[in-house]
Write a protein that binds this ligand. Structure first.
Ligand SMILES: Cc1cc2nc3c(=O)[nH]c(=O)nc-3n(C[C@H](O)[C@H](O)[C@H](O)COP(=O)(O)OP(=O)(O)OC[C@H]3O[C@@H](n4cnc5c(N)ncnc54)[C@H](O)[C@@H]3O)c2cc1C
Length: 460
């Protein structure tokens, strides 16, 4: 899918892998996570390659809204309650540090990517209690947060919380500069992995990554492919679901500076990008859309908030949501000590990918990382995870994952089955795609695979 970012940043095409190679680290996926992690590994002197099945930055990273902030919706009050103040503080600190890392890197390398510091706002037009609590929780964790009723937006809010010194940028102009320094094989899909097992309880054997263009033998493997396509070990299919959101780029909208997220129903997101205003929202579990009309909702809101504005571009994308709202960054599974993963960014992949680019190279190099336990994929918190876990397994009293259990799909169309784990697909009338309500794979109307974890298309 095309966005204002993909329209305005051109990447030199890289050659596919040709034959077999041996490297220290193979990174699967050339989105923001893969590029940042590979780049940091290269700075530490490791021999690293990226294997990308399409072109780099054409996945979710090409369709983001690129707000760089540690303000991740209403999160800190919940994290304190579910994980305690110390873990919540480390989560905030890691993401706040990530904002600073972007600025440092962009300054040092003189990267021209429209980076600017911005105030980040959460607002509600309906009620004050959630944002007020969030302001208190954030302050408790050391964030420069303030509760207010004035946002500068051209409409009234009931309450808002603002975090100073967050940021925004053009993600692809930034990644293009880092990618130019890396060895990348495009049009090279990793199909399966062999090896990587523990030998005699101590060292791990190397891993063979079987691609459609040759075999890569690697001492260490990083899954930065958005949704890990390996089901066992790791069980990520039970630990992740995906949510799709929609974006319209508007001209002629009188939008103030700042990056904004509404916490009410459709969770509208706002930022400027040059002369344009990006209005996003209408998020739903992939495969659980309301039967079309998501862009209409955005355009109606645009007319209400910015009368006279005009749509110049639209797109949608989806992100992986973890069970407890914290990304999975670290060792892939206990039985594969040299496999690593960065996923479950919960729509906050800009700072999360930067956090991952600190944790994973530290784990690979044997350096202590104070944030690693917070993001470890091996954690499990029943309190924070149970509801989502049941949904991901297709068990939901509310019938949320209808596609997994119903006879016909919910739009009354003839059932199509996902090529990943066989769930019944739902039709998305806004994008003309088939979507899996269990794990979020998407297919074009001719059956071509658009989004994983499915590895292949479907037969119609
Ligand atoms: C509408 C929307 C708005 C967002 N806005 C923000 C925001 O303002 N701020 C923020 O912080 N976050 C935001 N996010 C989240 C953020 O965009 C994502 O978390 C992030 O881009 C994910 O990056 P990634 O590298 O994990 O995945 P991707 O960019 O999808 O990269 C994964 C890559 O792996 C490749 N791949 C997959 N399988 C294989 C395989 N088998 N072999 C080889 N390659 C493979 C894919 O082709 C792809 O290029 C938003 C998300 C959405 C949906």
């Amino acid at each position: 899918m095309k966005s204002i970012w993909t329209d305005t940043a051109e990447f030199t095409e890289r050659k596919p892998l040709h034959g077999n190679i041996t490297v220290q680290v193979a990174v699967i996926g050339g989105g923001i996570a893969g590029i940042l992690i590979a780049w940091q590994l290269k700075q530490r002197g490791l021999d690293v390659v990226i294997l990308e099945e399409e072109r780099i930055c054409t996945g979710q990273t090409g369709c983001t809204t690129a707000k760089i902030t540690c303000q991740h919706n209403l999160i800190y009050d919940r994290l304190i309650r579910q994980f305690g103040r110390e873990r919540a503080r480390l989560y905030a600190k890691a993401n706040l540090a990530a904002v600073g890392e972007y600025e440092k890197l962009i300054r040092e390398r003189k990267i021209d990517c429209d980076f600017s510091r911005q105030t980040s706002w959460l607002f509600s037009t309906e009620k004050v209690d959630g944002v007020e609590r969030e302001a208190g929780a954030a302050r408790l964790l050391g964030i420069n947060a303030e509760y207010t009723t004035y946002t500068g937006l051209p409409f009234k809010v009931k309450g808002a919380v603002k975090f100073e010194q967050q940021a925004q940028f053009h993600p692809l102009k930034f990644l293009k500069v880092l990618a130019a320094e890396l060895t990348i094989y495009e049009h090279t899909r990793v199909i399966s992995l062999e090896g990587g097992n523990v030998i005699r309880g101590r060292t791990a054997e190397k891993t063979s990554l079987i691609t459609d263009k040759g075999v890569v033998t690697a001492s260490q493997v990083v899954f930065a492919c958005h949704y890990p396509f390996v089901n066992f070990p790791g069980l990520y299919f039970a630990r992740l679901h995906q949510e799709r959101s929609y974006v319209v780029a508007l001209e002629n909208a009188r939008m103030p500076e700042g990056i904004y997220l509404g916490v009410d129903g459709d969770k509208f997101s706002l930022r400027k990008a040059g002369d344009l205003t990006l209005l996003g929202g209408c998020s739903h579990r992939t495969g659980g859309n309301r039967g079309g009309g998501e862009y209409d909702v955005l355009l109606e809101k645009a007319q209400q908030w910015f009368p006279g504005s005009r749509e110049v571009k639209r797109w949608s994308a989806q992100d992986c949501m973890s069970l407890d709202g914290i990304p999975y960054i670290g060792r892939f599974a206990a039985s594969k000590p040299h496999w690593y993963v960065a996923t479950g960014f919960n729509k906050w992949g800009m700072t999360s990918a930067m956090v991952a680019s600190g944790i994973i190279p530290d784990l690979i190099c044997g350096t202590e990382n104070v944030y690693a336990p917070v993001f470890s994929p091996q954690r499990f918190n029943l309190n924070a995870s149970a509801g989502n876990l049941l949904c991901n397994l297709g068990i939901s009293s509310a019938g949320l994952v209808k596609g997994a259990i119903a006879g016909l799909n919910t739009k009354g169309k003839v059932t199509k089955r996902c090529s990943h784990l066989g769930c019944k697909l739902e039709w998305n009338a806004d994008e003309n795609t088939w979507e899996c309500p269990c794990h979020g794979s998407c297919f074009a109307d001719d059956g071509t695979k658009l989004e994983g974890p499915a590895q292949t298309g479907i037969r119609l």
